[in-house]
Design a protein around this ligand. Structure first.
Ligand code: GLY
Length: 265
C-alpha cells in the first residue's frame, strides 16, 4: 500500500504498543485541570484504538502492561523507528528514563542505536516526520544534543535527511500542538508558541477550544483523529477517505494523544 501523504516515511506495516497499567493515573501530567482519568474507560478507549489498527491489516503487537512504567503505554516517546533503525531515546523526564531499555527485546529486526551522549535528551513525542523534513521540538523533554544525536542516527538510513529544530513552549510535546495532516499542511494548536518559521507549509490554525485535536495520526492511507474537533474533521475529509475518529478523553488527562500510544513502522 502506498504511503500517500507522508513520503519521507516508509509504509507502515507494524505496530508496537503496550497496554496501560492500572496505575497509569500515577504518570506524569500537566493536565490536572481535566480531572483524574478512569482506568476502565481508558482501557476501553485503548482497546478500540488497537482494534482499529488491527483492522488496517497491520502486524500489531501489544505488550502486557507494566506497572513499573505508569507512562509506559506512551511507547512513541522512548523509541524512534525510521527504516530499519530504532533510536533509543533518553527523556528529559527522569521518571521515563528506563522505558527505552524495556522495549529493546521487542524491536525485532531493527538496528538499535542507543543515545549515548549523557548531556542529550529527547522524547519521540517531540519528533515529527513531515513530507520533506523532520521537525524536532526543543522542549523540557528534548534538547539540541538529543536532536543532533537523532539526526546522525537518521542519516544512517537516509544520508540527506533534513532535520529542523523547533523551540517551543505552551504544550508538552511538539506533536501535542503541531502535526502534518497532508504534505506541507500543518494543524496548529495556538497554545503552542514558537518562532520557528513554518512558511514552507500551509498552517491551519485551530480554534483554541480544538487545540487538543492537533495531534492526528496518519497510517498509510488512513487518518486517525480525536473525537470532538470539527475543524480537524473538516480538514481530514479534504485529504482522506478513511477517517477513524476516536475518543481519547482519558489519555488527554495524562497529556497523551493518538500518536503517543503506538510505534508505527
Ligand atoms: N504523560 C506523558 C508524559 O508526561 O510523558
Amino acid at each position: 500500500m502506498k504511503h500517500t501523504y507522508h513520503p519521507l516515511l516508509p509504509d507502515v506495516t507494524r505496530i508496537l504498543a503496550r497496554q496501560p497499567a492500572p496505575n497509569f493515573a500515577d504518570g506524569l501530567t500537566t493536565a490536572t485541570h481535566l480531572g483524574k482519568p478512569d482506568y476502565d474507560l481508558a482501557l476501553q478507549q485503548y482497546n478500540t484504538y488497537i482494534e482499529k489498527l488491527r483492522g488496517l491489516n497491520l502486524e500489531v503487537t501489544v505488550l502486557d502492561a507494566d506497572a513499573d512504567f505508569p507512562d509506559g503505554h506512551f511507547v512513541e516517546d522512548p523509541v524512534i523507528v525510521y527504516g530499519d533503525m530504532a533510536f533509543l531515546c533518553r527523556s528529559g523526564a527522569n521518571a521515563r528514563r528506563k522505558e527505552p531499555q524495556s522495549l529493546v527485546s521487542h524491536l525485532h529486526g531493527l538496528r538499535v542505536i542507543p543515545l549515548q551522549d549523557e548531556t542529550a535528551f529527547i522524547d519521540g513525542g517531540d519528533v515529527l516526520f513531515c513530507a520533506d523534513r523532520v521537525l524536532v521540538g526543543i522542549s523540557e523533554r528534548s534538547n539540541l544534543a538529543g536532536a543532533t544525536a537523532l539526526h546522525r542516527a537518521l542519516q544512517t538510513v537516509k544520508a540527506d535527511i533534513r532535520l529542523d529544530c523547533v523551540s517551543f513552549s505552551g504544550v508538552l510535546h511538539l506533536k501535542s500542538g503541531l502535526t502534518e495532516i497532508a504534505p506541507s499542511v500543518m494543524l496548529h494548536d495556538p497554545a503552542l508558541k514558537t518562532d520557528y518559521a513554518l512558511d514552507w507549509a500551509e498552517v491551519i490554525e485551530l480554534p483554541s477550544a480544538e487545540g487538543y485535536g492537533a495531534d492526528v495520526m496518519p497510517v498509510n492511507d488512513t487518518i486517525f483523529i480525536s473525537t470532538g474537533f470539527p475543524t480537524v474533521r473538516q480538514v481530514a475529509e479534504k485529504y482522506y477517505q478513511n477517517i477513524i475518529e476516536l475518543n481519547m478523553s482519558e489519555f488527554q488527562k495524562m497529556d497523551g494523544a493518538l500518536t503517543c500510544l503506538s510505534l508505527r513502522y
